[in-house]
Design a protein around this ligand. Sequence first.
Ligand SMILES: NC(=O)c1ccc[n+]([C@@H]2O[C@H](COP(=O)([O-])OP(=O)(O)OC[C@H]3O[C@@H](n4cnc5c(N)ncnc54)[C@H](O)[C@@H]3O)[C@@H](O)[C@H]2O)c1
Ligand SMILES: [Zn+2]
Ligand SMILES: [Zn+2]
Length: 380
Amino acid sequence: MSSTAGQVIRCRAAVAWEAGKPLVLEEVEVAPPQAMEVRLKILFTSLCHTDVYFWEAKGQTPLFPRIFGHEAGGIVESVGEGVTDLKPGDHVLPVFTGECKECRHCKSEESNMCDLLRINTDRGVMLNDGKSRFSIRGQPIYHFVGTSTFSEYTVAHVGSVAKINPAAPLDKVCVLSCGISTGLGATLNVAKPKKGSTVAIFGLGAVGLAAAEGARIAGASRIIGVDLNSKRFDEAKKFGITEFVNPKDHEKPVQEVIAEMTGGGVDRSVECTGNINAMISAFECVHDGWGVAVLVGVPNKDDAFKTHPVNLLNERTLKGTFFGNYKPRSDLPSVVEKYMNKELELEKFITHSVPFSEINKAFEYMLQGDGLRCIIRMDA
Ligand SMILES: NC(=O)c1ccc[n+]([C@@H]2O[C@H](COP(=O)([O-])OP(=O)(O)OC[C@H]3O[C@@H](n4cnc5c(N)ncnc54)[C@H](O)[C@@H]3O)[C@@H](O)[C@H]2O)c1
Ligand SMILES: [Zn+2]
Ligand SMILES: [Zn+2]
C-alpha cells in the first residue's frame, strides 16, 4: 500500500477554465479511487487533436472547467474496492475507450465498443457515483473521456487502463495510448489492405502517419498521402509514403485526382483529418468493386456525411473505427511489445517535448500544424 492510498492527493493539473483559453496550472485535489477505479500517477502525456477540438469547443459540446488529456503513460498509485487486475506500481496506459470484459461487445471478436466504457466525450464525471474526483477549493472540475491525463494524478475506471510491460519506456510508449495505435489499427485491423495494394491516407498528422505505417507493414505498393499542409510532406517521407497530393494544388476534387493517378481509385483509404469534406473524398476515392474507406477523424457534432448512394451500390465499403478496433486491455500490451521487439518505431512520431509547466506550447504546435507528437513531462 502506498502512503497516499485512501487519502486525497493535492497535485498540479492543467485546468481548462474556458473554451480556447490557455490551460492554467492549478493545485487540484484528487479524491481516492472508488469501486472498480484506480488512481494513476501520470509520468508522461501527449496531445492528440481530439483534446484540441473539445478544448476549442467550436464544433463540440462545451463542458468546463475540465481537465483534458488522454494519451499518456503512468503508474498505478492505489486501487479501489473490487479491483483485482491492477495493483500499485503497475505500469499502465489509460485509454479513452474502455473494455469491461463482460458486455456483448467485449465478448465479441469484432467489436471494441464496450457498452459500459465506450468513448463518451460529453460525460465529465465518473460512472460509479456520477461525480468528479477532481476539485479546486470544493469546486468540481470535469473529467475528459475517462482519462484526464493533464494532471499529475488522475482517477480512471479499471476497464480504461491497460497494464503493460514495466520495461517499456513510458516516455515513448505513451503515444500508443491513443494516436499511434488508432492509426495503425485503422489500417491493419479495419482497412486490411492486401499485399501490393494502393492506399490513400488523408491527414498526415501522427494518426495518419501511423495509418501509413500500417499500410507499409501490410505490404502496400503505393501509399498516397493527402494533406492541405505541404509542410507535412517532408516529415511524411520517413513513413513510407510514396506520393503526395495537396488538394489546394488542384482545380478538381481530390477524389478525381486520385482516381486518375491510380486507374480508377485506390484499393483502401484511411481518413485521419476530422474534416467532413476529407471524409467524403476519402470514401469517393476508393475503387469501385472492392474499395474500402475507413473514417478515423472525429467530426464536428453537426456534420453530416453526404454522398450519392450509387457510390455504395458500385460496391465500395465505408467503415469507421475508434482506437483502430483494438480492445485496450486485451490488445494494447501486444502493441507495446511490437515496439519492444523493434517491429514498430515510435521515436519518429515524437517531434517535440515540453515540461508540464509549458503545456500550452504543445497546443500551439498542434494548432500551427508543426510536428507530430509533443511529449509533456509531468515531473518538470
Ligand atoms: N477514431 C479514433 O479513435 C481517433 C483517435 C485519435 C484521433 N482521432 C482523430 O484523428 C484525427 C487526426 O488526429 P491527429 O492527432 O493526427 O491530428 P493532426 O492535427 O496532427 O493531423 C491532422 C492532419 O489533417 C490535415 N487536414 C485537415 N483537414 C484536411 C483536409 N480537408 N484534407 C486533407 N488534410 C487535412 C491537417 O493539415 C493535419 O496535418 C483527428 O480528427 C483526431 O480527433 C480519432
Ligand atoms: Zn486521441
Ligand atoms: Zn464491455
